[in-house]
Design a protein around this ligand. Structure first.
Ligand SMILES: [Zn+2]
Length: 454
């Protein structure tokens, strides 16, 4: 086969997913995500790739989250001409996420210039909303489980990963060899998403390790959500939920709707305060074959929340002291409307800030869930008095045992299993389990490592 795989992101970190695969003069990128979190990581978004975007033949995208897709507009802006292959729901979700990402970057640059807190003068966006709109014309929707021929000797197939709507495991066939990219793996037996597809065969495997060193709590998510909502309501407080617009927002509404119907929580008003999450919910309800909810269940769980689209309605939520539940993006409190709500709610001990999954190192979500006394938002400092908690089991990621049992379906040991998409401890822990329990060769590549696949 004689291919070369270069790790351009998601190694030693959960962000910036980007793998370059070169074979017989062809160049492919598997995922093209943004680095997020710590500044030294985010700076990598500005560094040129070791390959000219114009030379890349195609992008294969596992799912819509920005840490997997958010670099595509820059790739196109810098000369990429090829197609972006992704499942149909992923294409639709990128249709809202990428323009929003461009818009946020323009707004942040403008905000930094206005308030003079950027070192760069003037601060510039990585790409604009228009760049993102242009990039969308490159997307080619694919059907799950169907083989797509890319060239004479390269074919790909998208398998359900269960992580979020549209998320895929990507199987590449190159000259008779099989390379499998897990993408982000979902949890088996999720209330809303399908189980990750079983993979029986792989010559090379690239597997994520977000929770490579952790097990999710065994308690029932709904019990815990009920406890949190009830004790916050007793204090007369508000539950503020930083949630990923895509995935967590929909499953939270599903749980809240069930809890309300069972009268296990008081009938507090629920607000979905993210135009993107609202659009994502609509897309979710369009693809009934790609998750577990029926049309009726989609309807009722989306109906639990009042949608606030306009900025004025969003602001009005904070002006009204009535206890409530606000679900808003972004999930790691790195940007978006959640920041304005945080400023308002984090300083009052009656409130709860409820995180719903993995918090990347260096994000506000990471700092808050680790118990910092204060948090900086838009240059100002806010003392943290609210209860802060994180329900990891709501995470859309498999834990260490679940990843290992998914790997266990592969019948013959792959030539090499690359453990990526994790903080260093998590990736190393999973690598050791793979070596010890499955007895497979395994490695944790570093940024820009390049390996020969034979
Ligand atoms: Zn993801």
């Amino acid at each position: 086969m004689n291919a070369r795989l270069t790790f351009l992101g998601a190694v030693g970190t959960v962000t910036g997913s980007k793998y370059l695969l070169e074979f017989a003069g062809q160049k492919y990128l598997i995922d093209s995500g943004l680095f997020q979190g710590q500044k030294q990581l985010r700076q990598r978004n500005w560094a040129p790739l070791p390959v000219r975007p114009a030379e890349i033949d195609a992008v294969f995208l596992t799912h819509a989250h920005l840490d997997h897709s958010g670099y595509i507009p820059l790739l196109v802006k810098n000369g990429f001409k090829g197609p972006v292959h992704a499942t149909a729901p992923t294409c639709d979700l990128c249709g809202i996420l990428l323009p929003d990402s461009g818009h946020l970057q323009e707004r942040d640059a403008e905000f930094a210039n206005r308030h003079g807190y950027s070192k760069h003068k003037p601060a510039k966006p990585l790409y604009t909303q228009q760049d993102a709109e242009d990039a969308l014309t490159h997307f080619k929707p694919a059907v799950f489980d169907r083989t797509i021929s890319i060239s004479d000797d390269v074919a790909i197939r998208f398998l359900h990963a269960g992580h979020i709507l549209g998320a895929a495991i990507i199987e590449l066939n190159i000259a008779g060899k099989k390379i499998v990219f897990s993408g982000d793996l979902g949890r088996p037996n999720s209330a809303t998403m399908l189980d990750p597809a079983v993979v029986h065969e792989a010559d090379y495997l690239v597997v994520e390790s977000t929770y490579g060193n952790r097990r999710h709590e065994q308690q029932d998510a709904e019990d815990l959500i009920a406890d949190i909502v009830n004790r916050t309501a007793e204090r007369g407080g508000t539950v503020l939920v930083p949630a990923f617009a895509v995935g967590r927002s929909q499953s939270l509404m599903f749980h809240l709707d069930r809890l309300k119907k069972a009268e296990r929580i008081p009938d507090l008003p629920v607000f979905l305060d993210s135009p993107m999450a609202i659009d994502a919910s609509e897309i979710f309800c369009r693809y009934l074959e790609d998750h577990r909810l029926t049309a009726a269940q989609c309807g009722t769980s989306c109906g639990v929340a009042t949608y606030t689209r306009s900025v004025d309605d969003s602001k009005a939520l904070d002006a009204n002291p009535m206890p409530k539940i606000i679900i808003s993006a972004s999930g790691m409190a790195t940007g978006g409307r959640i920041l304005h709500h945080l400023k308002h709610y984090v300083t009052d001990e009656r409130n709860t800030v409820l995180f719903t999954g993995f918090q990347a190192a260096g994000t506000r979500g990471d700092a808050l869930t680790k118990g910092v006394k204060g948090v900086k938002i838009h240059g100002d400092y806010f003392p943290v008095h609210a209860e802060v908690t994180n329900l990891h089991m709501l995470s859309a990621h498999a834990d260490t045992d679940e990843i290992l049992s998914w790997l266990g379906n592969v019948e013959r040991a792959p030539t090499m299993t690359f453990v990526t998409h994790g903080e260093p401890d998590a990736s190393e822990a999973l690598r050791q389990r793979i070596m010890k329990e499955l007895k497979w060769p395994s490695s944790t590549p570093s940024y820009q490592d390049s390996v020969e696949l034979v």
